[in-house]
Write a protein that binds this ligand. Structure first.
Ligand SMILES: Cc1cc2nc3c(=O)[nH]c(=O)nc-3n(C[C@H](O)[C@H](O)[C@H](O)COP(=O)(O)O)c2cc1C
Length: 382
């Protein structure tokens, strides 16, 4: 059997294969962030499709940290019963699930939150939305909110938590000199920029205990003009987190302010195996220098590429986002021996229905399904 289908552990969590559904906002929670039956069914289908570990969509730990419409929330105890139902549905279907804990910082949506976004430093993004600098006490409140959210995730029966420190959201903003212009102990040197990430990790670990998987999603690099977070900084921060007791790292890259070709959800069909794997070089450096389990995401589309990544030791887990929107059963298909590459075209049309509140699905697949049903309803000629 391929190494891809061997079980592997992260802390006390045993994952049945090396495939991870990377966190993917579904736009299927209710307008206050509570889990819905639609979202539970979506997660159940992923588990039935045999993905070993599901990471939830980014879940906001404070109302002011909401980034997207109908985003999942974990900012209040009343959200725990819905989250419990989600975790139970995945477990019944034979899967494992981790909650991604997030705050959007400067990229929070003021129309949804009703408050001016706040992050490390004043900032005006591509969209023109302004962001103010957080006070020290707001920083402490946010760290505390991550801790309370982790406690809720554990109470709800999730198998672990992942801190979202990638893609130019709150924790990633602090790491990045592009967003972070602070002159206090949270800005400037790498030690200062990483301070909040370490504080958040420690607060979360204190909340959940030593045996509960705590992961992070971090940028390999920011790919922004001028100073961004770099591969060498990512390695130094990952080492610090390893020493502190973190269990695994998922590596991604880019921010909303990176060029379109280098943003976290790159647009454009990946035509050949050599175009796959956006962060291969950074993954190699990580594996050589950090020594923590690595979940690699970004542009992985074929079975052979996934297998080679694991066999060569460049990655321990293979994470996929868009391929599983198009084919929630992809891993089951690969396991059955049909190892044709993922059908996903990386056209990013899947964002549209989610933004419109219609849920997350592959628009191309839906069009093809419509055509198939139109053709089958045409009466046969006599
Ligand atoms: C619709 C959609 C929503 C996403 N939401 C999240 C999210 O909530 N948290 C996160 O860390 N990444 C999110 N991502 C990024 C993916 O996890 C992943 O890093 C990126 O799509 C590259 O992987 P892929 O080439 O397999 O799609 C999202 C991507 C898509 C397409």
């Amino acid at each position: 059997m391929s190494e891809l289908f061997e079980s592997v552990s992260i802390n006390r969590l045993e994952v049945k294969n090396r495939f991870v559904r990377s966190a993917t906002w579904e736009g299927m929670a209710d307008e206050k962030g509570a889990c819905t039956t639609q979202l539970i069914e979506y997660m159940r289908q992923l588990a039935l499709g045999e993905v070993g570990l599901i990471i939830s969509g980014h879940s906001y730990v404070l109302p002011a940290g909401q980034a997207s419409f109908r985003q999942l929330g974990v900012y209040e105890d009343r959200l725990v019963p819905g989250l419990s139902d989600m975790a139970a549905a995945v477990h019944e279907a034979g899967g494992k699930i981790i909650l991604q804990l997030a705050h959007a910082g400067c990229h929070a949506d003021a129309d949804l939150t009703g408050t001016e976004p706040a992050g490390p430093s004043p900032f005006t993004g591509k969209s023109g939305a302004a962001c103010r600098e957080m006070t020290r006490s707001e920083i402490s409140e946010t760290v505390e909110a991550f801790g309370l959210a982790a406690e809720r995730a554990q109470k709800a029966g999730f198998d672990g938590v992942q801190l979202h420190a990638a893609h130019g959201y709150f924790l990633s903003q602090f790491l990045s000199p592009f967003y972070n212009r602070r002159t206090d102990s949270y800005g400037g040197s790498l030690e200062n920029r990483a301070r909040i990430v370490l504080e958040t990790y420690h607060r979360v670990r204190e909340a959940v205990g030593p045996e509960y998987p705590v992961l992070i999603k971090i940028n390999s690099e920011d790919f922004v003009q001028g100073e961004g977070f770099t591969v060498s900084e990512m390695i130094q921060v990952s080492r610090r987190l390893k020493e502190a007791g973190l269990d695994a790292v998922e590596m991604s890259g880019g921010t909303q302010n990176s060029p379109a070709k280098l943003n976290p959800v790159r647009l454009g069909k990946i035509k050949t195996a050599t175009d796959e794997v956006y962060y291969r070089e950074a993954a190699r450096a990580f594996k050589a220098q950090v020594g923590l389990p690595l979940i690699l995401v970004g542009g992985i589309r074929s079975y052979e590429v996934a297998e080679a990544l694991v066999q060569s030791g460049e990655a321990d887990f293979i994470a996929l986002s868009r391929p599983l929107i198009r084919e929630p059963q992809l891993i089951k298909r690969w396991k059955s021996g049909d190892t044709a590459r993922a059908a996903c075209r990386s056209d990013n049309l899947c964002f549209r229905p989610a933004v419109e509140g219609k849920g997350l699905f592959c628009v191309v697949e839906a069009r093809e399904a419509d055509k198939r049903s139109e053709n089958s309803s045409i009466p046969e000629k006599r």
